[in-house]
Write a protein that binds this ligand. Structure first.
Ligand code: T3D
Length: 262
């Protein structure tokens, strides 16, 4: 598949996607959002992919919506913002529905949609120099890309409200201290650290990881009874995988398991 706005590479079960519009801090135009969505959807159907790593080219992760596209100069047609957001929704759902772990390696500023695309990942590892900005309010908008869903769940309502209403910058270490992200790495070691982490995930029992993700997705809007029933159903599925058989056998044989993702 030809991509204009993202780079793709694959190694050791990890598909790396790099947002590649560094001259505008990887801000998202429609083409980039479509390419990202298609890449995440394709990763679900590709058995060789067992984890996805998402990052940005240059000094930023992603500065959110390309404001030149959303607010073109006088005389050019002005797009409907709701339509733009619907496009992002497909991407966020593709990330959350992908039953494989997604790691965001946040290499610099993540603003607006860029911040919330990162937060849709299963793990966020940020450069110590990175920051997260719910920039929407500064241009009279509300957090989208799942921001109003993920933020209160990750950091609590009080912090989510101040992030969304004040639009302040959260440094990577602060984000980690608040439980918003998984980890922080020195800037020069970010890609090595995140790549190693993603390869480690790619060696795990992929089906189980995918079912964990499905269960957690459901738990965000579920009650205990429904969640217990879901766990029973998903555990039945996990119990039928070769990786479960291998995990138990490896335990009994006192050796490290070798998971295949099946
Ligand atoms: O349609 C809709 O709007 C609905 C969808 C909404 C989703 C959203 O994401 S809304 C939020 C959109 N994003 C923003 O408001 C962030 C805008 N950018 C910034 O506030 C700053 O650029 C940053 C804080 C992210 C970084 O600041 P700094 O000082 O490190 O860099 P800079 O100088 O501002 O930017 C460097 C270049 O990137 C610059 O271009 P130039 O002057 O060198 O030619 C700047 O214009 C460009 N750039 C940065 N962000 C965007 C952008 N170009 C287009 N769109 C951007 N979002």
């Amino acid at each position: 598949m030809d991509n204009r706005f993202i780079l793709r590479s694959a190694d050791a079960g990890v598909l790396t996607l790099t947002m590649n519009r560094p001259e505008v801090l990887n801000s998202c135009n429609r083409g980039m959002v479509t390419e990202l969505r298609q890449a995440f959807e394709g990763a679900g159907a590709d058995a060789t992919v067992r984890a996805v790593l998402l990052t940005g080219a240059g000094r930023a992760f992603c500065a959110g919506q390309d404001l030149a596209e959303a607010a073109p100069p006088p005389g050019k047609p002005v797009p409907d913002i709701g339509d733009i957001v619907v496009g992002y929704n497909g991407l966020i759902l593709a990330i959350r529905r992908l039953e494989k772990p997604v790691v965001a390696a946040v290499n610099g500023v993540a603003a607006g949609a860029g911040a919330n695309i990162a937060l849709a990942a299963d793990f966020v590892i940020a450069s110590a120099e990175a920051s997260f900005i719910q920039a929407f309010v500064k241009i009279g908008l509300i957090p989208d890309n799942g921001g109003t869903f993920f933020l209160p769940r990750l950091v609590g309502l009080a912090r989510a409200t101040s992030l969304a209403m004040l639009g302040g910058k959260v440094a990577a270490q602060q984000a980690k201290d608040w439980g918003m992200i998984h980890d922080v790495a020195p800037a020069e070691a970010l890609m090595e650290t995140a790549g190693r982490f993603a390869r480690q995930l790619a060696g795990q029992p992929t089906r189980a990881l995918g079912l964990i993700k499905r269960a957690f997705n459901a738990s965000l809007g579920s009650d205990l009874e429904a969640q217990l029933a879901l766990e029973a159903r998903l555990q039945r599925e996990a119990g039928r995988t070769s990786d479960h058989t291998e995990g138990v056998r490896a335990f009994q044989e006192k050796r490290a398991p070798s998971f295949t993702g099946r």
